[in-house]
Design a protein around this ligand. Structure first.
Ligand SMILES: [Mn+2]
Length: 303
């Protein structure tokens, strides 16, 4: 039998569930996020090396990993998609499984985050967001004819309204309303902006030490959301709205490893993968990140 990370026969047997939510409805630029999860799952299933270099163990031999695909959700309205994802997450969380969500446009994260509010108080959870964009718009009316407050560019505003604390890393473009929202001290949002020119842009713009980011997380629990456009497009080119100058690969990997090692990870997602023709780098990188994060989440089983 060919080795795969998906070694659980069904959800009941699994400890971790990779949940696929292929969705593109409110995307603003390049399309293709509805095909993201399938491409990442294919990498996880059969293309990834299963031997973890750090733990010197095969995660897939120690942790039961299952998967569930919600199919192409694009025909549904944003609210219906979120309800579907929330209901599915409720069912899996009720069985005490760890969920790793794959998108799909970034709005899918809100479905999972809504479900988690029934399990934990959002005030005890920090969302660590790796992203080029804040996704803190109140609505997308400034660029969309059919505006909605559930667009991918609004997802972290909605999550913040649920009570989650926000730590954003890799931010390098935003709208005035987002700037005003995260700059307001009463919103208590920590934003690490990215720039390659600390001297030109002033102190505070240089790449932070990972310890500084860890110190900004004040809660017991953490949720990690990775919009692949947070990484440099040289690392993750296959995404809807790429922005030059993002996180370097090993910086991002080290950041998520250390966050998971130091806080209790209660959920995670990787979103905005939009596969490219003839270049599998983005889905491969997303799969590698997912696998590495599962290894750290379940590290006690690997030692
Ligand atoms: Mn995003």
């Amino acid at each position: 039998m060919i080795d795969s990370i998906f070694n659980a026969k069904n959800i009941n047997e699994a400890e971790a569930v990779v949940l696929s939510a292929g969705y593109e409805k409110t995307v603003s630029s390049r399309k293709g996020t509805k095909n993201g999860p399938k491409a990442v799952v294919k990498m996880l299933d059969s293309k990834l090396e299963l031997f973890d270099r750090g733990y010197k163990a095969e995660v897939s031999k120690k942790v039961k990993i299952g998967q569930k695909d919600l199919g192409n959700l694009s025909p549904l309205s944003p609210e219906k998609v979120l309800t579907k994802i929330t209901n599915e997450c409720d069912k899996i969380l009720d069985k005490n499984k760890f969920i790793f969500l794959l998108g799909g446009e970034h709005s899918v994260s809100l479905g999972f985050l809504r479900a988690l509010t029934k399990k934990v108080n959002p005030k005890d959870v920090t969302i660590l967001q790796i992203d080029a964009h804040c996704d803190l718009r109140d609505t997308d009316a400034d660029y969309s004819e059919k505006s909605t407050n559930l667009a991918h560019s609004c997802v972290m505003r909605r999550a913040h309204e649920l009570g989650y604390a926000l730590v954003q890393v890799g931010i390098r473009t935003y709208y005035r309303g987002e700037y005003e929202y995260f700059s307001d001290p009463k919103n208590n949002i920590k934003v690490w902006q990215w720039s390659n020119s600390a001297s030109a842009l002033g102190a505070g713009w240089k790449v932070p030490k990972i310890d500084e980011i860890l110190a900004a997380i004040k809660t017991k629990y953490v949720y990690i959301t990775i919009d692949v456009d947070g990484f440099d497009p040289g690392v993750m080119p296959g995404t809807g709205t790429p922005v030059p100058g993002g996180l370097e690969w090993y910086y991002g990997v080290e950041l998520v490893k250390r966050v998971i090692d130091n806080y209790e990870l209660i959920g995670a997602d990787i979103v905005e993968v939009s596969p490219m023709r003839d270049l599998i780098l983005t889905e491969y990188g997303a799969a590698q990140l997912c696998y590495t994060m599962l290894a750290h989440k379940f590290r006690n089983k690997l030692k």
